[in-house]
Design a protein. Structure first.
Length: 257
């Protein structure tokens, strides 16, 4: 297993954010983490990237305790694209994506030809190579998200953590980013853990779904198992109806009806 989590618990000001969470993620999996606001989804990702460290339990990455990795060592293994859009960057797209190579560089060392090649490939894959000269702060929300994803790809890590990567984006950018993430997972075998509020995207893209509620694991199953009224109501406490996908043998969920 690439990631193994055992009895992970997080408390803050006497509030339990995660409660004895346990699951595994194999290499090459695409895990979608779903659940209501406040369920503990983002907290879980922050534990995996050691942004939060006051947890109890055990997190193993490739059979090594996460606590044994320095932050720079971990940045060679795990890339994290957070939920909030970063502003105030007076850098070009090229410069931003080059920052993704930082964990692999020696102090004060210039970026090498190999680094430049990885940066170029990452920008091309995320379709931002044509705007490499533009300042980050002049980009649209969708363009910024693509640049941040390209920066994460430039880290060249085994695991990609994504906190709602398509939230607040228009349908065009949602579609483009979703297609690229599927290609990363299916063609390039990149292991992905994504927090999402879109149940239908979880079913279409993921190979594995974890549902959290009040810091507890409510469901750990294949995406298809998610698509029934009982399971979804247990997670979101509302009713759902279902319709068949027009071209795939899958159900899609319609909430609140």
């Amino acid at each position: 297993m690439l990631v193994s989590i055992r009895n992970l618990s997080v408390k803050f000001n006497n509030n339990t954010l995660l409660n004895n969470v346990s699951f595994d993620v194999a290499k090459g999996e695409y895990l979608a983490i779903i659940g209501c606001n406040g369920a503990g989804k983002s907290t879980l990702l922050k534990c995996l990237d050691k942004i939060i460290t006051n947890w109890s339990g055990e997190i193993l990455f490739d059979n090594v305790s996460l606590r044994k990795f320095s932050q720079k060592q971990l940045a060679r293994k795990i890339a994290f694209v957070r939920q909030s859009t970063i502003n105030g960057f007076a850098f070009t797209v090229q410069q931003i994506v080059e920052m993704g190579r930082y964990p692999h560089l020696k102090p004060l060392a210039p970026i090498s030809k190999i680094d430049q090649q990885i940066v170029a490939e990452s920008m091309e894959l995320m379709q931002v190579n044509k705007i490499s000269h533009r300042l980050f702060d002049t980009l649209s929300g969708g363009e910024k998200q693509k640049v941040l994803l390209a920066t994460a790809l430039a880290q060249n890590t085994e695991l990609l953590l994504l906190d709602e990567p398509t939230t607040y984006l228009d349908y065009k950018h949602q579609s483009e980013i979703g297609k690229i993430l599927r290609e990363l997972n299916q063609k390039h075998r990149k292991t992905i853990i994504e927090v999402t509020h879109d149940v239908n995207r979880a079913v279409l893209d993921a190979t594995h779904v974890i549902a959290l509620g009040n810091g507890n694991v409510l469901l750990d199953a294949s995406p298809e198992f998610l698509m029934n009224t009982t399971n979804l109501k247990n997670i979101y406490n509302i009713n759902f109806q279902f319709t068949n996908h027009p071209s795939l043998p899958l159900k899609l969920a319609i909430p609140g009806i």
